[in-house]
Design a protein around this ligand. Structure first.
Ligand SMILES: NC(=O)c1ccc[n+]([C@@H]2O[C@H](COP(=O)([O-])OP(=O)(O)OC[C@H]3O[C@@H](n4cnc5c(N)ncnc54)[C@H](OP(=O)(O)O)[C@@H]3O)[C@@H](O)[C@H]2O)c1
Length: 264
């Protein structure tokens, strides 16, 4: 894996992602889908990965419609796979072909429960929901990314602002961030880069499914407490990922994208 060559120098502007292929695990909704639209708009080939085939098909159509510029079928692919299942994930990466950048936004949903009331199975479920997909995707990315290629993982604001009943979730977010730093060093000899984004509240179907976030008014009220006065858009969240993909001199970093919410 080691190479004597330095990481290639290329324009750090996202327009330089034209002609690259990005695999978006979690690309059928929210931040991953918004990343697909942005990437396609700068001329990248995108491969959306999610579990629900119908949701995936709708997402593929949405990316194609947003960039209707005579796309070939191959420019936007949707591949059904479970990020927690290394076998189907391997098939998805194989079907994707060339892979220059990988963004993992998929994570299972886990609830809030005091640690003392959690069973060992609950704890394992929490770890499996976020940490295992990160391991699985990282193992595949490491065997495929070229020099300068990137993997971007996902963390969350809860990491900086734990709430009662979230200790296990916070621990897995911390593990993802630690994995990011460890992998960045491990993969640097191959000039592969690894970063993560710690998101605050982003207006996606996931946020809208949370208690107290199910209407525009409710989301606006929640957003009014954020220093920048609103929750983030999926497009703003996705743009952070494109920034990390495009800049060949960033690795091992955790980018906070939260409208300033964790500042106070
Ligand atoms: N939105 C926020 O406010 C916020 C805040 C902090 C952190 N985050 C983190 O940001 C990430 C993206 O969130 P989002 O708001 O974009 O969520 P979202 O709208 O619910 O999208 C999640 C995507 O991941 C896919 N997915 C989930 N589990 C999967 C699995 N096991 N294998 C493959 N695909 C899977 C979903 O499709 P299928 O269900 O069909 O598989 C969907 O495409 C998550 O990790 C979330 O925890 C979000």
């Amino acid at each position: 894996m080691s190479t004597a060559l330095p990481v290639p120098v290329s324009s750090p502007l996202t327009s330089a992602l034209a002609g690259t292929t990005a695999v978006l695990v979690g690309g059928s909704s929210g931040i991953g889908l918004a990343a697909g639209v942005l990437l396609r708009s700068v001329g990248a080939r995108v491969v959306l990965v999610g579990r629900d085939p119908d949701r995936l098909k709708t997402a593929v159509d949405q990316v194609r419609d947003a960039c209707a510029d005579g796309d070939s079928e191959d420019a936007v692919l949707g591949i059904a796979s479970d990020a927690a299942d290394e076998k189907t994930l391997t098939e998805a990466f194989d079907a994707a072909g060339r892979v220059d950048h990988v963004l993992l936004t998929a994570s299972g949903r886990t609830g809030t429960l005091p640690m003392s009331e959690m069973s060992a199975d609950d704890l394992r479920t929490t770890v499996d929901a976020r940490l295992w997909p990160a391991f699985a995707v990282a193992r595949l990315a490491a065997t495929r990314l070229p020099a300068g290629g990137s993997l971007t993982l996902t963390s969350g604001m809860l990491m900086a602002r734990p709430q009662p009943g979230t200790a296990a979730r916070v621990a897995t977010l911390g593990a993802v961030e630690a994995l990011t730093r460890g992998l960045a060093v491990e993969l640097a000899p191959a000039r592969q880069r690894v970063n993560a984004i710690r998101y605050g509240r982003i207006d996606t179907p996931l946020l809208r499914s949370a208690p107290g976030h199910d209407s525009d008014d409710a989301v606006a009220t929640v957003g009014s407490a954020v220093p920048l006065g609103r929750v983030g858009t999926a497009q703003e969240a996705a743009a952070g990922a494109l920034f990390l993909m495009a800049n060949n001199y960033i690795t091992g970093q955790i980018l906070t994208l939260d409208g300033g919410e964790t500042l106070r």
